[in-house]
Design a protein around this ligand. Structure first.
Ligand SMILES: Nc1nc2c(c(=O)[nH]1)N[C@H]1C(S)=C(S)[C@@H](COP(=O)(O)OP(=O)(O)OC[C@H]3O[C@@H](n4cnc5c(=O)[nH]c(N)nc54)[C@H](O)[C@@H]3O)O[C@H]1N2
Ligand SMILES: Nc1nc2c(c(=O)[nH]1)N[C@H]1C(S)=C(S)[C@@H](COP(=O)(O)OP(=O)(O)OC[C@H]3O[C@@H](n4cnc5c(=O)[nH]c(N)nc54)[C@H](O)[C@@H]3O)O[C@H]1N2
Ligand code: SF4
Ligand SMILES: [Mo]
Length: 896
């Protein structure tokens, strides 16, 4: 009998939307990916990152076996060493001298074992996670208001609302499927009003009816003013507030100064715009307020969260169909990490480390010999403690702190000096693995088994559908193996993720009786078969309840988890961001994400399709600021903060507020010469949540004095990058490179050979010429009649048609050599322009031309004419931008 393909249902490993994925594995091992039509998060849709998952499964670059000091080691040797060094450090300096630093991208089962080991057996709460950089302010705000960390609503509430307010969330790029659900609901029901609150215009503001481009960090003023307005206009739900909340008077007193005029002054918004927003919020009953990193990543992050929650509590709009506050989580398992207690100030299953009764309960359940008694170090403090030598052994798992923590160069220095650093990763070479004494190879998505929880509290399985390469093992297995070596064998004898999940589920129900929100005790007895078959469900799911009893929402009944069962309205006095602009540093430095890359690009960076959209680090700045600084579009600029300097391409856009610049977080030393933006960011944190202020540092921007610029294509990644500025990205065949230098190279040809030669000289035909007029140089490398490399260098930024060059380089047919050297297609070939739709390979020029030629007026019409936007849909907001731009051009042409 011939083998047939098999299909495995799993969950996307990127954003917290948590889309269901169907992976179809053909008999030859090839994998195709599609959205799972039965998954309630996405109903079959996938965004471009999810759709490209199949391109990220290669073995290239993977960490395949353990290493000690850069040499290959066996698992036994590596684990023995980790256990011995941790034991010795603890024996000599106490449990608080060791730490684990985890990630919202490991699975609940990994997290559970890590937390149990540290908080119950080693006896320290020095276990924190990159969720501290991500969700901590929401956690702290939820706890202050609700007494526990609950996200009250469900995704369908976005579709059922009449007003959706997006605060500090670029949903279109960061939660694309949620954005598509929202856009589809708005298209069906144009009455659904959308407001965006963000200092910049983004792809998300494309669908908004009102965009509030407020001053960075001024959200508390906006929402305190809203609270005042709602109260003054009789929008208080007196019954709900009276019976189910406390703290109203103090919250209102703190909001009292925030008249519309005062709000307008502090936020820099028009009074009319503020008043319009307040009137909408007051008039429309079904409101969902979605918030994300523009809220959380702030030194006033917790107050921003509570300022929003106050407005929903005052109006009783919480946990109801179509209304409630909605913190959307970033990572695929940020929620799961919170549930197991993966943060240094939590215990397990939404229990509190500071609560003696909770500690006793967990200790009894775990049979734990040495419980942590007090909260541990939060991420930023943890790496400060490493720098100070207080933490002497650290195990980093599933995160890349050398790039993602603020003051990243200080983190790098601290790790370089730390006596013992263990890193578990799926990739061999990252900026963090470079500093490890011991490297442990983890199983990646598609190889590992476990569960994740998405932003609407829905727990879904990630299922393995391929064999792991080399000696990669699950993260929980490595943690449990070290625990056994430390003498805790009985408590860490788990043999599968299913067993761990069952234990976690049992703990969630222990002495719960409705006192704690997180309860999945219905699954305490789950076996392997049940676990393998587990369908996505929303918690809680209490023992004895049928699966269908799952509760979609919390709090509509007015029952909260504080000591008196009432929610708290919290006074939120306004504080501006910690750093203030000055003559030396006149810009606010904002940071965040781009559509097609994931964080430090270790996985999305390998997919050529995902590097087409944006292939280089950039600094977005307003035209007025660029003009004043003498910065031309596409010039290179330096961005300098009191902590460091990076170099990136200037992207001059009207979307950017004056006085503010935006830099994406994705480029590391693996992909660019000098673009780690967190090297510029100050390690200032919110006093309650410990979350760093990643969106409001200060900086100055200046032209970077390049004397030459280059663009190159090569089949191999060069060993060395002979340029002061460089950025590398994948193409369908090999790599594309942007280059520039401060001094003109003495020997162009030598430089070209370093970049282009795929096999070190042998058999390479090399054609080059100096282009005296442009002050430049061009070189073409050929092997066996096929072009294997191209360099175009010039005195000015290279204006070659990059997308055309990349696609002809990747194509099977021989390239048009003349066009290639010229950097643009010859007669008969069209240049598509910058890639917009990567599913159907449609560029901006093609879209613009179709709009002009066929008089297209909507994204759907563009889709019918060109195919753009009809695949994953991630580019639809950008197509709208092009439509608007074309319409504006035509209007301008008509009026002259
Ligand atoms: N493509 C892609 N998607 C991702 C990720 C990724 O790496 N790539 N990462 C995932 C993760 S872990 C996370 S946490 C989420 C993050 O998702 P988002 O929070 O949506 O993304 P960011 O780009 O970090 O920031 C959101 C917005 O906050 C705005 N902002 C800055 N300062 C302020 C302010 O003071 N007030 C307000 N109101 N807004 C402000 C920024 O201009 C930015 O547009 O994305 C997830 N999804
Ligand atoms: N300035 C600024 N800084 C920021 C942010 C910002 O907006 N601005 N955002 C912050 C936020 S919200 C986040 S979430 C962080 C993200 O920052 P990081 O967590 O540092 O970024 P990732 O690239 O996601 O790192 C994940 C690492 O885990 C590896 N990995 C993948 N799968 C596995 C696995 O199964 N097991 C193991 N052991 N390893 C695996 C990957 O190869 C990669 O090296 O950045 C934060 N830093
Ligand atoms: S929206 Fe995209 S990245 Fe996020 S879970 Fe869905 S497919 Fe994955
Ligand atoms: Mo995040």
């Amino acid at each position: 009998m011939g083998e047939t393909a098999r299909t495995v249902r799993t969950t996307c490993p990127y954003c917290g939307t948590g889309c269901g994925v169907k992976a179809r594995v053909a008999p030859d091992g090839s994998v195709s990916i599609e959205g799972d039509p039965d998954h309630p998060a996405n109903f079959g849709r996938l965004c471009v990152k999810g759709a490209a998952l199949g391109e990220t499964l290669g073995i290239e670059g993977r960490l395949l076996h353990p290493e000690i000091g850069g040499r290959r080691a066996s698992w036994d040797e590596a684990l023995d060493l980790v256990a011995a060094r941790f034991a010795a450090t603890i024996a000599e300096h106490g449990p608080d001298s060791v730490a684990l630093y985890l990630s919202g991208q490991i699975l609940t089962e990994d997290y559970y074992i890590a937390n149990k080991l540290m908080k119950g057996f080693i006896g320290t709460a020095n276990i924190d996670t990159n969720s501290r950089l991500c969700m901590a302010s929401s956690v702290a705000g939820h706890k202050r208001a609700f007494g526990t960390d609950t996200v009250p609503n469900a995704y369908e509430d976005l579709e059922k609302a009449d007003l959706v307010v997006l605060v500090g969330s670029n949903l279109a790029w960061c939660h694309p499927i949620l954005f598509q659900r929202l856009s589809a609901a708005k298209a069906d029901r144009p009455g659904l009003t959308v407001v965006t609150v963000d200092p910049r215009r983004t792809a998300t503001s494309e669908i908004s009816d009102l965009h509030l481009g407020l001053a960075p960090g001024s959200d508390v003023a906006l929402f305190a003013g809203l609270l005042r307005h709602l109260e003054a206009n009789g929008r208080r739900d007196a019954d709900f507030v009276g019976r189910h909340t406390s703290g109203l008077d103090a919250a209102l007193a703190a909001a009292e100064p925030w008249t519309v005029a005062a709000v307008a002054t502090t936020t820099g918004l028009d009074e009319a715009a503020v008043a319009h927003f307040y009137a909408l919020f007051a008039a429309i009953e079904r409101v969902v307020t979605v918030y994300s990193q523009g809220v959380n990543q702030s030194s006033a992050g917790t107050d921003k969260v509570n300022a929003i929650l106050n407005c929903h509590l005052l109006t009783g709009r919480i946990g109801r169909e179509g209304s409630g506050p909605f913190s959307v989580t970033g990572q695929p398992n940020a929620m799961g990490g919170r549930e197991v207690g993966g943060l240094a100030n939590q215990l397990a299953c939404h229990m509190e480390i500071a609560d003696p009764a909770h500690r006793a309960l967990v200790q009894a359940f775990w049979q734990a010999p040495r419980m942590a008694e007090r909260p541990g170090l939060k991420a930023v403090e943890l790496f400060e403690a490493v720098a100070q030598g207080r933490v002497k052994a650290v195990w980093i798992m599933g995160t890349n702190p050398v790039d993602s923590l603020p003051d990243a160069d200080a983190v790098r220095t601290a790790l370089a000096a730390c006596p013992f650093v263990v890193v578990s990763d799926v990739m061999r070479t990252t900026d963090t693995t470079a500093l490890a004494h011991v490297l442990l190879p983890a199983q990646a998505w598609s190889e590992k088994d476990g569960t994740v929880t998405n932003s609407e509290r829905r727990i879904s399985r990630q299922r393995a559908f391929r064999a792991p390469p080399g000696e990669a093992r699950p993260d929980w297995w490595a943690l449990a193996a070290v625990a056994r070596r430390l003498g805790f064998g009985a408590a860490f004898s788990h043999e599968s993720a299913a067993e761990i999940f069952a234990e976690h589920a049992a703990l969630s129900g222990r002495e719960n009786g409705g006192t704690r929100d997180f309860d999945i005790s219905a699954l305490a007895g789950i076996d392997r078969a049940g676990y393998d078959a587990l369908a996505p469900f929303q918690w809680p799911w209490r023992a004895g309840e049928a699966a269908t009893a799952e509760a979609k929402r919390f709090f509509a009944n007015g029952r909260f988890y504080t000591s008196d069962g009432r929610a708290r309205l919290v006074p939120t006095p306004f504080r501006a961001p910690a750093a203030t602009v000055s003559e030396a540093f006149p810009f606010v430095l904002n940071t965040g994400r781009v559509r097609d890359q994931w964080h430090t690009m270790t996985r999305t960076g390998v997919a050529p399709r995902l590097s087409q959209h944006i292939a280089e680090p950039y600094v977005e700045l307003a035209p007025e600021d660029a003009g004043a600084l003498g910065i031309a579009p596409a010039a290179l600029v330096s961005v300098t903060s009191p902590r460091g300097l990076i170099v990136a391409r200037a992207l001059v856009t009207e979307r950017q507020r004056r006085g503010s610049v935006f830099v994406p977080i994705h480029w590391t030393d693996q992909f660019a010469g000098n673009a780690r933006v967190d090297a510029l960011v100050a390690p200032v944190t919110d006093p309650l949540s410990g979350q760093p202020e990643l969106k409001a540092s200060v900086a100055r921007v200046a032209p970077w004095p390049a004397t030459w610029y280059g663009f190159a294509l090569a089949t191999q990644r060069p060993d060395d990058m002979p340029a002061d500025y460089w950025a590398l990205a994948r193409t369908g065949r090999g790599w594309r490179m942007e280059l520039a230098g401060l001094d003109r190279p003495a020997d162009w040809e030598a430089l070209a050979r370093v970049l282009l030669d795929d096999r070190k000289g042998e058999g390479l035909a090399f054609a080059s010429y100096c282009d005296a007029t442009a002050g430049g140089f061009r070189a073409l490398a050929m092997r066996d009649g096929r072009v294997v490399g191209l360099l175009i260098a010039a005195r000015e930024p290279v204006t070659a048609s990059r997308d055309w060059l990349c696609s002809s380089f990747a194509a099977e047919e021989p390239v048009d050599v003349l066009g290639f050297l010229a950097g643009r297609p010859g007669g008969g070939c069209r240049d598509q322009g910058r890639k917009i739709c990567v599913c159907f390979d449609v560029g901006a020029a093609t879209i613009e031309e179709a709009i002009r030629r066929e008089g297209l007026g909507s994204v759907d019409e563009v889709g019918r004419a060109t195919g753009a936007g009809t695949g994953c849909g991630s580019c639809r907001p950008e197509i709208s931008t092009i439509l608007a731009r074309q319409a504006a051009k035509e209007a301008a042409a008509a009026s002259t």
